[in-house]
Design a binder for this molecule. Structure first.
Ligand code: FAD
Length: 615
């Protein structure tokens, strides 16, 4: 037995980190990889594991000390043969207190040895990195990898790049929502003495407009892929080994197979195969039952429409159809619409949108549906005691918006040894690496939140790690997904946007927060716009340790253009800003963005645009 020094291993980008918790005491017996202490940077907290097994003789640091790579933290009497195979990397831990969303990636247990490549056929393409899927995750990974000098092949089954987001998600929905917002906006001008005639909607032209928007963006991606010399192989990709993918080539507008196959040999792979809409098994196969893709096809405007699922996607599509003339019902199993956002924000949205709905059914399950000549007849049941549900109702259109399921089980991941969960997700570590060292995964397929901006950030991490490892660039190789928060936006009217800790989460987790709430009824710009129903809310750490100068932990807004403004709150959280930082930042007047500065001033007690606080 010998005394050895346990040191801080490579901690990525951070020069110095603070010790925030000691996890062992002198006399404790520890195993290899057991966490010894928690350190925190301004970005993340990490647990430092033990590189050896043995008995803790002395702890050489205390809470509050600063340590760096190589700092000796513990003196350990090592057991024989107790060393870890290699210096273990620190495992990410949740922030303390848990003020913000934990990183979406999960730590991978121990990386197993690479799966032996068992492919012996002819190879058509050989590359540094192959990317499966051309969505926001996939194309961003491919482009970043190419920009870093790697030879990249991108496999996509459809004829255009852009995935769900550009083709049948974010962009087409926003093209239609913009038209709907303008149609709704002009109605507000009536009070100002400007009255427009009822709009005449040419649905074919509106669909054409949406297609043009998509075409402009996806065409641009094709050009950028060419400029970067990214090879695009059109077809359906499946792993055949940990270094080979077989592509079943496709053609036409859909996924029609040509019968021809291509083999791609790769050093590294990035799985970005995305997700697809969940279809309830009891819904009839009928053109009047659609998912979001079918709804975006905009075949016609129904008289009565049921939105199954009260989440963002369903409510956005409902907004479009309702502005075009449909009457809406919505059914949601949970106790409220737009789960995730604070209830006070959703309440304002719901009040403004009540005229669109005949029935808002919460705590209600859909239990059956039948296609009849009159429409789709849907039956409901209470999701909890004491709820009354309507008799079966008949609809001209039913939108299934009950969630999305990852495509992890559709790429023969097992042939490469990549573990896929029962639900079809692929677990990754904070470098986006799967359990197979040369295979990475990003985007919807690795977990919630299923959002394009999350996919893009993960994509850059995966590409940088791969490039760093292939090129021996330590800085790039240490890239990690360390975002504290990921904003969410419902692009409804008004918009609802939130990021970081919500007030409901703070209550549930017993986190003490100071709230700054600025009602847009006090915003000159919102009043001038005739849209002063909004609210901006910021939450600051009010724990005793914050000594009255707590950092911002979260924020939310309801109001027009809330989605365009929430990025400032995300930046403030990433920068660890407090009420003074935000409140003393001069925001231009008169803008809706000013409401963020004023909400911080409200929390600080220095806002002069709201009534004085009673002493
Ligand atoms: P995807 O975009 O799903 O792309 C995966 C790609 O992989 C697809 O092109 C697919 O064809 C391809 N693929 C799959 N399997 C294979 C295979 N075996 N071989 C070859 N190719 C394959 N997010 C936002 O952030 N903001 C929004 O406003 C927003 N609005 C949305 C609106 C709607 C209606 C929907 C449905 C989604 C919306 N989303 C939004 C979510 C967003 O679209 C997704 O989070 C994002 O597209 C995920 O990107 P991804 O790269 O992981 O996967």
């Amino acid at each position: 037995m010998s005394l050895i020094d346990i040191k801080v291993p490579n901690i990525g980008d951070f020069a110095e980190v603070g010790v925030i918790e000691l996890l062992v005491q002198p006399g404790d017996t520890v195993a290899v990889d057991q966490s010894l202490l928690t350190v925190e940077s301004d970005k993340a907290s990490m647990e430092i594991p033990s590189s050896h097994a043995g008995v803790v003789k002395a702890i050489l640091v205390k809470v509050g000390d600063k340590v760096a790579e190589g700092s000796v933290i513990i003196s350990l009497e090592a057991s024989a043969g107790a060393a870890a195979p290699a210096a273990a990397a620190p495992a990410p831990a949740a922030q303390a207190p848990a003020p913000v969303a934990a990183p979406v990636a999960v730590p991978v247990a121990a990386a197993p040895a690479p799966v032996a490549s068992n492919f012996s056929g002819t190879v058509d393409f050989d590359c540094d990195v192959v990317v499966i899927g051309g969505g926001p995750g996939g194309y961003s990974a491919a482009f970043r990898a190419a920009d870093l000098g790697l030879k990249v092949v991108l496999v996509e089954r459809y004829k255009t790049l852009g995935g769900v987001c550009l083709n049948v998600g974010c962009i087409p929905s926003k093209a239609l929502l913009h038209v709907a917002a303008v149609m709704d906006e002009v109605k507000h001008l009536e009070v100002a003495g400007v009255k427009f005639a009822a709009p005449e909607v040419n649905i074919d032209q509106l669909r054409g407009h949406k297609e043009k928007v998509i075409g402009k963006l996806t065409g641009g991606l094709g050009q950028m892929a060419k400029m970067r010399k990214v090879t695009i192989v059109r077809g359906y990709g499946n792993f055949v080994s940990a270094n080979h993918i077989e592509v079943d080539e496709t053609t036409g507008d859909g996924q029609e197979k040509t019968g021809s196959k291509k083999i791609i040999q790769f050093k590294n792979a990035i799985i970005a195969a995305g997700s697809q809409a969940v279809h309830l098994p009891f819904m009839p196969k009928d053109p009047r039952v659609v998912d979001s893709t079918g709804a975006l096809d905009l075949k016609e405007v129904p008289k009565r429409m049921l939105i199954l699922g009260g989440g963002i996607i369903g409510l956005e599509m409902g907004t479009v159809y309702s502005t075009l003339g449909a009457r809406l019902d919505v059914v949601e199993m949970m106790d409220g619409l737009m789960q995730g956002a604070d209830r006070d924000l959703v309440k304002i949205w719901q009040k403004m949108n009540a005229p669109r709905f005949d029935n808002i059914m919460v705590n209600t399950k859909t239990v059956g549906a039948e296609a009849t000549p009159e429409g789709i007849k849907v039956s409901f049941a209470p999701a909890k005691d004491g709820i009354t549900v309507p008799e079966p109702q008949t609809y001209d259109l039913v939108l299934q918006a009950v969630g999305r399921t990852p495509n992890g089980k559709k790429i023969s991941a097992d042939k490469a040894g990549v573990a896929v969960t029962d639900r079809g997700f692929i677990d990754v570590d904070i470098q986006m690496r799967t359990n197979v060292p040369n295979i990475f995964a990003i985007g919807d397929i690795v977990g919630q939140p299923m959002l394009a901006h999350k996919a893009v950030h993960e994509a850059h991490v995966a590409a940088e790690v791969i490039a760093g490892e292939l090129q021996g660039n330590k800085e790039l190789a240490a890239a990690a997904f360390n975002a504290r928060v990921i904003p969410s936006v419902a692009y409804t009217d008004p918009e609802v946007a939130w990021v970081g800790l919500t007030e409901d989460q703070a209550k549930a987790q017993g986190i003490k927060v100071k709230k700054g709430l600025f009602p847009w009824a006090a915003s000159g710009r919102a009043i001038a716009n005739g849209r002063d129903e909004g609210v901006t809310k910021l939450l600051f750490d009010d724990s005793p340790e914050a000594h009255g100068h707590g950092r911002i932990l979260g924020g939310g807004m309801v109001g027009t253009h809330a989605g365009d403004m929430i990025g400032e709150v995300a930046l403030a959280i990433e920068m660890g800003a407090d009420t003074v930082d935000i409140g003393k930042t001069i925001h231009p007047h008169p803008t809706l963005g000013e409401s963020i500065g004023m909400a911080a001033e409200v929390a600080h007690g220095s806002c002069t645009d709201v009534p004085p606080v009673r002493k």
